[in-house]
Ligand binder design. Sequence first.
Ligand code: HEC
Length: 137
Amino acid sequence: MNQKLSKWAVQMSDRSARVVSGAVSSMASGAVIGAVATAFALSLSLAAGSAMAKDIELPGDTMLWRQSTMPGYQATLQNCSSCHSAHYAEYQPPNSGRAYWQATVVKMQKAFKAPISDADIPLIVDYLTATYGENRK
Ligand code: HEC
């Protein structure tokens, strides 16, 4: 075996050992190339595995706010789209009343620091109650 290659192989095995286990570095040098090949293949498949994990599609947070001619619709688009889509609104109890939506909007403003102006709140609450709450058609 060429000296340079075996040195490289040992270095590789040390690096790969971290991925696989401590076992590779304690192997006899004759087994290193094979071990490296295995470890390398394993790390490649691990890399492929994580690349696939990135491709898994989660349910999208892209649900649009339901269109309306109410002025609160525009105010909602402006005030409620920066952090999440409309899915949270869709999943609220359909019988939820004005007080519930009022509390929710104030919670966004106070607890989550959404920059919602107080003047917009009644418009937004009207729209939410009519669209997602007890006044929905
Ligand atoms: C600054 C970011 C931000 C903005 C802007 C924002 N929200 Fe939220 N919203 C959140 C966070 C954070 C949660 C809670 C997420 C969790 O509990 O997992 C949440 C949750 C919700 C929920 C689920 C019920 C609840 O009480 O947790 C509803 C409904 C909701 N938001 C509606 C709105 C509406 C309507 C607006 C606009 C008036 C708005 N949000 C604007 C951050 C924001």
